[in-house]
Design a protein around this ligand. Structure first.
Ligand code: 17E
Ligand code: FE2
Length: 455
């Protein structure tokens, strides 16, 4: 039995100790109450760096060992990435830069790059970014994989990667028909072959199909495959600044009538940024009744959308605030790390949350907490993790220790986790960064961006 001690937990007063029994959580109790532990001296303040792993020589003899002393830092279930493309990652500029910055040019550039794919190329880029995710405390990742490739090269590579990383990261794969289902040669057959080879979810891209009818048909095909193979569904849906792109109502209705409900997700849904008030209101009800999830990808879509507008230029994002208020589960995703659609990123969920807050205007105190939930609990719901997620007895022992006093503080100061624990083992450690300020005429002092009053 090991312990994470002196943890600040969201929604609970005071500090707690958390038992870890092998790769599972045991009991959670107020600090010092579990057998063999001692309450640490009161931590000095929220900005203090957590200390652990404790020197074994410090531990009480014969008692449970301290795996990490969180020293009053925020301990959270790990971050969850609900939407990224790991087969395209780290290809920005190959074979050429996306000069217009539009989604459409991105798809054309990727189509050129796709011709050169090998299994090693895909696996090594995806693995590198998964290392970044783990270092940032993101231990569950849903990746789309382009299956509009007669050789399914990326798919086979990603199936192998999913197996190789499973001791640290739970990776879900979505068969994503980037160039269409109905509008691509053998599109339906490739999608079904991907289901047969073992993806977790089926995708679609109705707004990219040649006709509106093909768009509807493509969703019917995707739902049919998902249902026959017992898979989740996650479609790129209405990723266009066209107020007439309304496939999300079709997706939600198929999910409700077919019973897939919260096992279905509509990603991007950027046309919502252009819907009129009357239709938006009607849509809120359709989506809430269906139980589907939405994933908004603010980094990518703030950049991709509005490219064909003069001023005023539209934003092109999911109606995050309104859909949350209507009771729809909405999460924030990264979408891209350095590829033809978005050239930046370090696979950090806190960076996504910060940009999401600015993009969706989630600036109320409760809304900032909600944005943190959108890269943790809400994203876990998108993946359908159920009791495979969260700090509670019997669940997989995955957590992050953030040197922060609250989710608000973690988002604002963009604190990387001091410790990441996966399946009961420490897999990443980040020592605190210290900036020394030497103001002319004053003694040097350290600046950690914690508000003096919060110390
Ligand atoms: N493909 C697509 O259709 N949309 C995106 N945002 C990305 C790939 C990243
Ligand atoms: Fe995407």
């Amino acid at each position: 039995m090991k312990l994470v001690t002196n943890a600040r937990l969201a929604g609970r007063d005071g500090l707690h100790d958390i038992e870890i029994d092998g790769d599972r959580f045991g009991r959670v109790a107020p600090a010092g109450e579990l057998a063999g532990t001692q309450p640490a001296g009161a931590p000095d303040g929220p900005g203090d760096a957590p200390g652990g792993p404790a020197d074994p020589a410090d531990g009480p003899a014969g008692a449970s060992g301290v795996l990490v002393d969180a020293a009053g830092g925020l301990v959270s279930p790990p971050f969850v990435e609900p939407h990224v493309h790991l087969d395209t990652t780290l290809t920005a500029g190959e074979p050429r830069w996306n000069a217009s910055g539009s989604l459409w040019e991105g798809i054309a550039v990727w189509s050129e790059r796709k011709a050169d794919l090998t299994r090693d190329d895909v696996a090594s880029r995806a693995t590198e970014v998964l290392r970044w995710y783990a270092a940032n405390g993101v231990l569950h990742v849903r990746s789309h994989v382009d299956v509009t490739d007669p050789g399914l090269v990326a798919l086979d590579a990603m199936l192998e990667v999913r197996e190789r990383v499973k001791d640290v990261i739970g990776l879900q794969l979505v068969a994503f028909p980037q160039e269409g289902i109905c509008s691509f040669e053998n599109g339906p057959e490739l999608l079904e072959e991907a289901a047969r080879r073992g993806v977790d979810a089926v995708g679609a891209i109705p707004h990219f199909e040649d006709t509106r009818e093909d768009g509807v048909r493509s969703l019917e095909i995707a739902f049919d495959i998902a249902q026959r193979y017992g898979l989740l569904l996650d479609a790129h849906c209405d990723e266009i600044d066209d107020e007439q792109s309304r496939f999300v109502e079709v997706l939600a209705t198929l999910a409700r009538r077919g019973g897939l409900r919260d096992r279905a997700t509509a990603s991007h849904t950027t046309a919502m940024g252009s819907y009129n008030g009357a239709y938006s209101y009607k849509l809120q009800r359709i989506l809430a009744r269906s139980g589907i999830n939405l994933v908004c990808n603010p980094l990518a879509n703030l950049c991709l959308q509005g490219r064909f507008d003069a001023y005023p230029k539209r934003r092109g994002l999911t109606q995050v605030k309104e859909m949350l208020a209507a009771g729809v589960n909405v999460a924030f995703g990264h979408d891209d790390v350095m590829d033809p659609w978005f050239p930046l990123g370090t696979a950090s969920s806190l960076q996504v949350a910060l940009v999401g807050i600015a993009a969706a205007q989630l600036t109320g105190a409760a809304e900032i907490d909600e944005a943190f939930a959108m890269v943790t609990d809400r994203a876990a719901r998108v993946l359908g993790l159920g009791d495979g997620y969260g700090i509670a007895p019997g669940r997989p022992a995955n957590l992050v220790v953030l040197p922060a006093s609250s989710p608000y503080d973690a988002v604002r100061r963009q604190t990387r986790p001091s410790h990441v624990v996966a399946r009961g083992r420490i897999v990443a450690e980040t020592p605190p960064a210290v900036t020394r300020l030497t103001w002319p005429g004053r003694d040097p002092e350290d600046v950690d961006f914690v508000r003096t009053r919060d110390r």
